[in-house]
Ligand binder design. Sequence first.
Ligand code: PRP
Ligand code: ADE
Ligand code: MG
Length: 177
Amino acid sequence: DQEKALEYVKSLIRPFPDFPQPGILFRDICPVLKDCNALRTVTDLITEHLQAKFLDIDAIVGLDARGFLFGPIVAMNLDKAFIPVRKTGKLPGPTIKVSSTKEYGKDVLEMQADAIEKGQKVIILDDLLATGGTLQAACQLVREAGGEVLECVLLVELEDLKGKDKVPAPCHSLVKF
Ligand code: PRP
Ligand code: ADE
Ligand code: MG
């Protein structure tokens, strides 16, 4: 069943102390990608969650880089658009940018100015919620583009860091540490 499948996925996620810097316990999701049954479990469960909860989604917004590993699969399952948010300097044409702070650094996130049409309803998808700084910035980007964030969806949530408190949209995660 679903609970067993998620327990299995959780067991695959490996902790690496002091990566990428001292004091950080890095949760490595690569084994979930290596196991196609686990990848299918994760993307199917996210798809089913979104189908059950939301009647009209216009797009899945995925975050560079690890959000790109799951986002297009979910978007295809739902027959919806996939929109990439990238680290700055990668997207051509007019863009909008927001700076972000994460557990172990800072970024500038960027989206093409014409990616979202006014009033579109989107889901933001990423692999992991830590401090919430990345999702906070992504929500701001979507709103500046005229879109509405229905929910942020994560494979993993690091509950001790209370990232949800910082994110100005509901968050849904499959696996919690
Ligand atoms: C990681 C992770 C999330 C973010 C979460 O991205 O994939 O996007 O940190 O941290 P926060 O909740 O503290 O903001 P990172 O940019 O480190 O790596 P990636 O390019 O591999 O996604
Ligand atoms: N991104 C931010 N914090 C992280 C962590 N502890 N493990 C994996 N990815 C992360
Ligand atoms: Mg990331």
